[in-house]
Design a binder for this molecule. Structure first.
Ligand code: SAM
Length: 250
């Protein structure tokens, strides 16, 4: 197996590119998947606050669903996405909806000058997918105006196998946490790092932590979804996501 340190951003991006089917892009085009709809999007939107007339960068925007949600709320949005497949889909949606979202195809670690200083950058479910994540995080912070808001979400590094583990054992089990390792997934590979790695890098970039959220699923929503998603009650008791809001240096 390839070791974590052997991965390049290009290789990881190619995996994402190859895994994106038309069906998967379409089925998540409005508000992402079930977990994003119930656990991630409401928190991101609350943390971002009123985005009307704000310049917001959606860093690693995938099919662009969150860019479109932001544009609907009045934000001026730039979406950055490196894959051909997802960039093309996001642009196609823009051609259809004419919301004024600009899409740029780029690796965050090699972000070109976008010609805008952003009020907020949202980087949702991206950094754990990027081998060279520190330059990517740095680019997000540098894209902000002084004191601008950086919001990022991750699969919670302490509960990456939550659903699978819950289905197998009726509880969460993890055998390792401290060292980096790969998490091969159906779409692409994620890369585990402990929470401290992300928070310490944020501090090294001079950011001020504003809020950390570990959202839990509403039990009523879980009960409704249980017949279709076995083990979903795990999300009521344990957090599948870690969401961080921080301010760029003033
Ligand atoms: C789990 S998806 C999340 C996409 C979107 N933010 C969402 O929430 O639906 C991970 C995304 O990270 C993107 N990605 C991977 N490597 C990247 C890089 N080096 N720079 C920018 N985006 C990257 C992938 O192409 C993919 O769109």
């Amino acid at each position: 197996m390839r070791m974590t340190a052997d991965w390049t951003n290009d290789a990881a991006i190619e995996r994402w590119n190859a895994s994106a089917t038309r069906e998967s892009l379409e089925s998540t085009a409005d508000e992402g998947d079930f977990a994003k709809g119930h656990l991630v999007n409401p928190v991101l939107l609350r943390l971002l606050g009123d985005v009307r007339d704000q310049w917001v960068l959606d860093a690693g925007c995938g099919n662009g669903y969150f860019s479109r949600m932001l544009a609907t709320r009045g934000a001026r949005v730039v979406g950055v996405e490196p894959t051909d497949t997802m960039s093309a889909f996001a642009r196609e949606k823009e051609d259809e909806l004419r919301q004024g979202v600009t899409y740029v195809q780029a690796d965050l670690a090699r972000l070109p000058d976008l010609g805008v200083t952003f009020d907020a950058v949202v980087c949702s479910m991206v950094l754990m997918a990027v081998p060279e994540w520190k330059p990517a995080m740095r680019a997000c912070v540098r894209a902000l105006r002084p004191g601008g808001l950086f919001v990022f979400s991750l699969v919670h590094p302490a509960f990456e196998r939550l659903l699978g583990s819950w289905r197998e054992y009726g509880e969460h089990r993890a055998g390792r946490y401290l060292e980096p390792y790969e998490i091969p997934g159906p779409a692409a590979t994620d890369f585990h790092r402990p929470i401290s790695a992300y928070l310490n890098e944020l501090a090294a970039l001079g950011c001020r932590l504003r809020e950390v959220v570990e959202p839990g699923l509403d039990p009523t929503v879980a009960a409704h979804a249980a017949p279709e998603i076995p083990g979903i009650e795990a999300y009521v008791h344990l957090p599948n996501f870690l969401i961080v809001a921080a301010e760029a240096p003033a």
